[in-house]
Design a protein around this ligand. Structure first.
Ligand code: ADP
Ligand code: MG
Length: 393
């Protein structure tokens, strides 16, 4: 029989990956009284700097996995490209794993992910973007004409717009596929987007589920730029919000998912909605929960993996989250610490920096949650803070 009892502090929890998501998870776990062991091959990882124990090794390193297994009562992941068999390893040892390897393996492969989302469509009511799989020369010639212009995406290891490229016609498709080394790819029709949103749902071991308010997301160069909550564009469409939340619950349930799951959606110019992708972990578009909700997405991940009751997802105030990329450290070729005191002069701007050693162009270094009484107020605060940091409007 499956063990249903809660895992209480001061037990050890394990987290695979010590990036910013791992670090914020660790902070919340520690705040609840747990000890955390993080596995990350980077000796300078943001999570490794704050965990009680940092195993500095690869995700398949047997010695490290065995050490983590001896120490931890439950294991989770912040990194969706962790080998699913690493999660299976812990599960086989009777350790509670949330989310399970089979959920992570769907999310880390765009082909499996699209197939799964297509299967969900009949019950969730929302299907994926029209797509086809490209894995041979022959596949290049059978793409229906109406898929152009489209986007070619590598099946594995893509994130923040990396591993994808716009394609206008069959010739460009063949070239782009060649440039991706002939790896398995999905080719999607480029959709006419009205706006983008993400749903953040949490599912407990007993199936109890809850959903945060939907975030409206703006991307720049394929990277999340801002998330605004409640979604201004959904304000006049409560039925659409309900449909998105219901579909996200259905996706989580069909996967037997435990933990925080983010589901990205596109709202098209004709008012219809399609599902883009899923992330089996707390998500950048859910960082607003850290300051604006009763329970943050990271605390929920701790609760779910420790088989504790889920926390209250109520939004206490409207919020706009601004991502801070390494770009703002660069003044010509010089690396200069941004003027955080100017940001913090906005009393309701909450700054979160991830402690990354080296700023790089496009690297996620932190975020700022701008709180306020209304949507316009938080948008204005976000614009002002971005201006202070020299981020283009
Ligand atoms: P990533 O894993 O990098 O987040 P996504 O598939 O979510 O990859 O793509 C990143 C962004 O690119 C999306 O948020 C959206 O703005 C744009 N995009 C991706 N696919 C499409 C599409 N089929 N049609 C229109 N825009 C798209
Ligand atoms: Mg995405």
């Amino acid at each position: 029989m499956t063990n249903r009892s809660p895992i209480l502090p001061p037990a050890w929890l394990g987290i695979l990956g010590g990036g910013q998501l791992g670090r914020m998870f660790i902070h919340e776990a520690q705040s609840l009284g747990y000890k955390v062991c993080v596995l990350d091959p980077d000796s300078l990882s943001p999570g490794g700097a704050v965990a009680e124990k940092h195993l500095c090794a690869d995700y398949g390193d047997e010695k490290a996995l065995s050490e983590m297994a001896k120490l931890c009562a439950a294991v989770s992941t912040e990194f969706e490209n962790v080998p699913a068999k690493t999660l299976d390893y812990f599960q086989d040892k009777g350790i509670f794993v949330a989310p399970m390897g089979q959920c992570v393996s769907i999310a880390q492969d765009r082909v499996l992910e699209k197939e799964f989302l297509q299967q969900c469509a009949s019950s969730s009511g929302i299907g994926p973007v029209p797509y086809c799989v490209i894995q041979s020369q022959n596949d290049l010639t059978t793409v229906p004409g109406h898929f152009f212009p489209g986007i070619l995406k590598t099946a594995r290891m893509g994130y923040d717009g990396k591993g994808q490229t716009n394609v206008a016609n069959t010739n460009e498709l063949a070239l782009a596929w060649q440039e991706f080394g002939g790896d398995v790819c999905v080719f999607e029709k480029k959709m006419p987007l009205a706006f983008e949103v993400s749903a953040l749902v949490v599912r407990a071991h007993d199936g109890e589920s809850t959903a945060y308010p939907i975030a409206e997301n703006i991307h720049r160069n394929g990277i999340l730029h801002t998330s605004t909550v409640p979604s201004p564009s959904l304000a006049k469409h409560p039925e659409l919000s309900k449909k998105i939340i219901a579909a996200s619950f259905e996706i989580a349930k069909k996967m037997g998912y435990v933990g925080v799951l983010c589901v990205e959606y596109f709202i098209l110019q004709d008012g219809s909605v399609v599902v883009n992708e899923i992330a089996p972990r707390p998500h950048n578009s859910g960082h607003y929960t850290m300051d604006a909700c009763v329970t943050s997405q990271f605390e929920q991940q701790v609760r779910a993996m420790a088989r504790l009751p889920l926390g209250d997802v109520t939004l206490m105030e409207p919020v706009a989250m601004l991502n801070i990329l390494g770009d703002v450290w660069f003044d010509q070729d010089q690396v200069v610490e941004p003027a955080w005191h100017h940001v913090l002069a906005h009393p309701s701007a909450k700054l979160h920096l991830y402690g990354k050693a080296t700023p790089k162009i496009g690297r996620k270094m932190g975020h700022i949650n701008c709180l306020g009484k209304g949507i316009q107020e938080v948008k204005d605060a976000c614009t002002a803070v971005a201006h202070d940091l020299g981020i283009a409007p």
